[in-house]
Design a protein around this ligand. Structure first.
Ligand code: NAD
Ligand code: G6P
Ligand code: MN
Length: 442
C-alpha cells in the first residue's frame, strides 16, 4: 500500500499531539512515511515538535519527522495538508470575545462580531498556505478545519475556486456521536443523515439507521428533554462546564423548531441575550482554554522534553479527529464515504443562493466530492441563513476590497448585534485591536 506524506499546518496547535497520536492509531488504513509540522511561530511549534519527535522515535521510528517554518521544506513532497492554524493565537481570540461583550454583544470565537474579526485574520493565513501547497505539491489535498470555517470557505471559493481544499467542521461529528448514543448505536457511522445550513449554523432534517428506520422520534425525545446533555460521545473533546451548558441549551434552541435538530452554535443567534447574561466579560472561553487545554498540552510537551521520554506522558490520541483520516482515506482510496462538507451550494439547497458556501452531506472519493441534494428548506431556516450568508459574504468582500463600509454592514447585519451604532463602536475597537492582522479598511 502507498505510504503518505502529511504536513500539519499550525504545528504549534494544542490539537497537534492528539492528531499525531490519532494518525499513529490509524496506520493500518492510512500508512504514513513522513510527518512534517509547519508553523509561523518557531518558538511555539518547537515545544510541540520536540515532544512529538520523542514520541514518534519511541512509537513509530520508521516515520520520517521534521518541523520547520520554511514553506518550501514544509510543503514539498506532501500528499495531504492538515490545516489548523489560528492567526493571532489565543491572545486575539480573547479580544474577539471580550470586545463585543464590552458592548453587551455575544463574544464568541466563530459567531457574531468576534467570529468576523477572526475571519478577517484567517483569510490571508489560509490563502497563504494554499499557495504554498499549490506551488510545492500541486497534487496535494488540503483538509482544512481552521476557523472560522464559514468565512474561510467563502474566501477560498472567491479567491481560489479551483483549489483542492476540503473544508470540514467537527461539531456535527461530535453531535452525531451523541445522537447515535441516544439511539443505542455504537457509532454515528450506523446513521444516514440529511443536514443543511452554513457552518456553525445548520440543522438535521432526517436521520435513519442502516435498515432505514427513522431515528428522529427517539432523538427528538432526548433533545426536547435535555438537549444533547444526557448523551455521551465516546470520543468527546468537549467536556468543560461551559460546553455542558451549551449542550443543555440545545433543548431551548430545538423548541423554536421541533421539526429539525439544531447545531449547538445556533444558541448564539437565537438566544444572544441569554448568552450575554451568562458570559463573564473578564473571563471568556479563551481564558478557559489558555488555563486548561493549552497549559495541559504544553505542560505535557515540556515534561516529555525534560525527561527525554514520552513514557507515562500526558499525550492522548484525539480519537474524535479520526474523521480526518476517514476523509484522507476517502480521497486516497476512493472510499465514497459520506461527510458533511462546506461546499458551494449550486442548487443543492434548491431555494437558496447558489453561490453560498453551505454545509451539506457529500460523497467523497479520489476526484473530490459529489453533493447530495437537500431540496427546498423551510422559511424559518432560509430566513436565518439568508441573513447570515450575507454577513459572511460582506466580510469576505470587506477583506478583498479593504472596505470599512462593508465590514460595518456585515457586523450590523449579524443577528447578534442590535444596531448600526453598536456595530460601529465594536468595529472601531476591532480595527484597533487587529491592526497587525487585518487589511487596512477605508
Ligand atoms: P492554537 O493557537 O493552539 O494553534 C494554532 C497554531 O497556528 C499556532 O501555533 C500558531 O502559531 C499557528 N499559526 C497562526 N497563524 C499561522 C500562519 N499564518 N501560518 C502558520 N501557522 C500559523 O489553536 P487551537 O485552539 O489549537 O486551534 C487551531 C485551529 O483549529 C483554530 O483555527 C481552531 O478554530 C480550529 N479548530 C477547528 C475545528 C473545526 O471543527 N473546524 C475544531 C477544532 C479546532
Ligand atoms: C467545536 C467547533 C470548532 C471549534 C471548537 C472550539 O469543535 O466545531 O470549530 O474550534 O469547538 O473549541 P474550544 O475548546 O477551543 O472552545
Ligand atoms: Mn467547527
Amino acid at each position: 500500500m502507498k505510504k503518505f506524506s502529511v504536513v500539519i499546518a499550525g504545528g504549534g496547535s494544542t490539537f497537534t499531539p492528539g492528531i499525531v497520536l490519532m494518525l499513529l492509531d490509524n496506520l493500518d488504513r492510512f500508512p504514513i512515511r513522513s510527518i512534517k509540522f509547519y508553523d509561523n511561530d518557531a518558538k511555539r511549534q518547537k515545544i510541540v515538535a520536540k515532544a512529538c519527535e520523542i514520541y514518534l522515535k519511541e512509537h513509530a521510528p520508521e516515520i520520517e519527522f521534521t518541523y520547520t517554518t520554511d514553506p518550501q521544506r514544509a510543503f514539498s513532497d506532501v500528499d495531504f495538508v492538515l490545516a489548523h492554524i489560528r492567526v493571532g493565537k489565543y491572545a486575539m481570540r480573547e479580544l474577539d470575545e471580550k470586545i463585543p461583550l464590552k458592548y453587551g454583544v455575544v463574544g464568541q470565537e466563530t459567531c457574531g462580531p468576534g467570529g468576523l474579526a477572526y475571519g478577517m485574520r484567517s483569510i490571508g493565513g489560509v490563502i497563504e498556505i494554499l499557495n504554498y501547497m499549490e506551488e510545492y505539491s500541486p497534487n496535494a489535498w488540503m483538509l482544512n478545519y481552521s476557523n472560522p470555517a464559514a468565512i474561510v470557505a467563502e474566501a477560498t471559493r472567491r479567491l481560489r475556486p479551483d483549489s483542492k481544499i476540503l473544508n470540514i467542521c467537527d461539531m456535527p461529528i461530535d453531535l452525531e456521536e451523541k445522537m447515535a448514543d441516544m439511539c443505542g448505536l455504537k457509532s454515528r457511522k450506523e446513521m444516514q443523515v440529511s443536514y443543511y445550513g452554513l457552518n456553525h449554523f445548520g440543522w438535521w432534517s432526517e436521520i435513519y439507521d442502516k435498515d432505514g428506520k427513522d431515528l428522529m422520534p427517539e432523538i427528538k425525545e432526548h433533545v426536547a428533554a435535555n438537549g444533547f446533555a444526557d448523551a455521551i460521545a465516546k470520543t468527546d473533546q468537549h467536556v468543560d462546564q461551559s460546553w455542558l451548558e451549551t449542550f443543555q441549551k440545545v433543548r431551548d434552541v430545538y423548541a423554536v423548531d421541533p421539526t429539525t435538530i439544531p447545531n449547538t452554535y445556533l444558541k448564539y443567534y437565537l438566544f444572544p441575550d441569554y448568552v450575554v447574561e451568562h458570559s463573564n466579560p473578564e473571563y471568556t472561553r479563551a481564558n478557559e482554554v489558555m488555563d486548561g487545554r493549552e497549559k495541559q498540552v504544553f505542560g505535557a510537551c515540556k515534561e516529555i522534553i525534560e525527561k527525554g521520554t514520552s513514557k507515562e506522558c500526558g499525550f492522548e490520541p484525539d480519537v474524535h479527529a479520526s474523521y480526518i483520516v476517514d476523509l484522507a482515506c476517502a480521497i486516497a482510496k476512493n472510499t465514497q464515504e459520506r461527510f458533511l462538507l462546506i461546499v458551494p451550494n449550486e442548487g443543492a439547497i434548491e431555494n437558496f443562493d447558489p453561490s453560498a458556501m453551505v454545509e451539506i452531506p457529500c460523497v467523497v472519493g479520489s476526484n473530490g466530492y459529489e453533493k447530495i441534494v437537500q431540496g427546498a428548506i423551510p422559511r424559518f431556516q432560509k430566513g436565518l441563513m439568508e441573513q447570515q450568508v450575507a454577513v459572511e459574504k460582506l466580510t469576505v468582500e470587506a477583506w478583498i476590497e479593504g472596505s470599512y463600509q462593508k465590514m460595518w454592514q456585515a457586523i450590523t447585519l449579524s443577528k447578534t448585534v442590535s444596531s448600526a451604532k453598536v456595530a460601529k463602536d465594536i468595529l472601531d475597537d476591532l480595527i484597533e485591536a487587529n491592526k497587525d492582522y487585518w487589511p487596512k479598511l477605508s
